[in-house]
Write a protein that binds this ligand. Structure first.
Ligand SMILES: [Zn+2]
Length: 345
């Protein structure tokens, strides 16, 4: 999904030196307002061929046809006109890893081999704050050039990777969700948390530092069930639940590949399913975002629905690795729909 906001932009000065309190952006405006799975397509969007977005103090006040809207707001000055562009809300990317930016397009092996061969060695570099800073800068330039202004983003084990990410987001004023990745087993030494208690305490102090600071939001992020001990998952669940009311998220992976699911079953024999592992540790809730969900059983969809969880569908990633495909019609079953967004992974 890309849009071009770079072509012809006219800047119209309102008057000598005064700063307009209310400003307008004029052009073709497209905005979505309902889910086409459950509503007639024509009721799901508004399109204004000559539209106006009215903004006051950095917040959108009104959107509509130009003539109609400008009449409603006498003090409004049109400051920007985009004649050959479409003006839209920023895109929301529900699941991606900024720390994998340096390895985009690495050979598409199966999920577990791909993690070992490419992902873990790359993520290990993020202990170095300057490497993390450089990658965060590159990452924000890339997503903003493609119109993404909000994203739910994996960092890695190191606090440096979280700080670098939020610092850059704060500089742009973008709305970002991220957090320290919790992972204390089954991965290389350089990335592994040394203790469940310390790792969750480190996550909590990053939460205190970043959650609700400007537009930044924090997520409790166990990488996926196989790379956390029971103790770490339990503590992560406690941390999430105790801050849920403050708007803290939980972000993880679920049911992406066949061998991953078999591995989870062998590590957590007492659980009914992969989803049930997260439920048992208190990690399912209305701010839980589960990435992938390609190979789900009916009982797992029901469980996600019952807990109000969100699901992130990552089509380009699934096609690239080829382990499984998301079934939109299953996620959106009207009998037990799950909120579904799209991610690039
Ligand atoms: Zn992912």
């Amino acid at each position: 999904m890309e849009k071009d906001m770079t072509s012809k932009k006219k800047h119209i000065q309102s008057g000598k030196d005064e700063v307009p309190t209310m400003k307008g952006i004029r052009g073709q405006v497209l905005t979505f307002k309902a889910d086409p799975f459950f509503h007639d397509e024509k009721d799901c969007y508004d399109f204004y061929p000559d539209g106006l977005v009215a903004v006051r103090d950095g917040k959108i006040l009104d959107v509509g046809h130009f003539e109609e809207t400008i009449r409603k707001h006498p003090g409004l000055t049109v400051t920007d006109t985009y004649e050959d562009c479409v003006i839209m809300p920023g895109f929301v990317d529900c699941h991606l890893h900024y720390v994998q930016s340096p390895m985009i397009g690495s050979y598409g092996d199966t999920l577990l081999n791909w993690l070992n061969t490419y992902t873990f060695p790359t993520e290990a570099k993020f202990k170095d704050k300057s490497f993390a800073d450089m990658t965060a800068k590159m990452f924000f330039r890339q997503i903003l050039s493609q119109g993404t202004t909000t994203a739910n983003v994996f960092a890695t084990t190191f606090a440096e990777s979280v700080d670098a990410f939020f610092e850059e987001s704060e500089r742009y004023g973008t709305r970002m969700i991220s957090g320290k990745v919790l992972q204390d087993r089954n991965l290389p030494d350089q990335l592994r948390d040394r203790s469940a208690e310390e790792s969750v305490m480190a996550s909590e102090s990053l939460m205190t530092k970043w959650h609700g600071r400007g537009r930044q939001m924090y997520a409790v992020v166990p990488r996926f069930a196989p790379t956390s001990t029971d103790a770490q998952l339990r503590l992560a669940g406690e941390l999430y639940r105790s801050h849920l009311d403050e708007g803290v998220y939980m972000h993880t992976h679920l049911d992406e590949a066949e061998n991953e699911i078999e591995w989870v079953a062998s590590l957590f024999p007492e659980a009914m399913s992969y989803t049930d592992v997260y439920r048992r540790f208190g990690l399912l809730g209305p701010r839980s975002v589960m990435a992938h969900c390609c190979l789900m059983e009916e009982a797992e969809w029901q469980m996600l629905h019952d807990h109000g969880c969100g699901v992130a569908h990552c089509p380009s990633s699934n096609l690239f690795l080829g382990d499984g495909q998301f079934k939109f019609w299953e996620a959106k079953d009207p009998a037990r729909p799950c909120r579904t967004g799209i991610g690039t992974d």
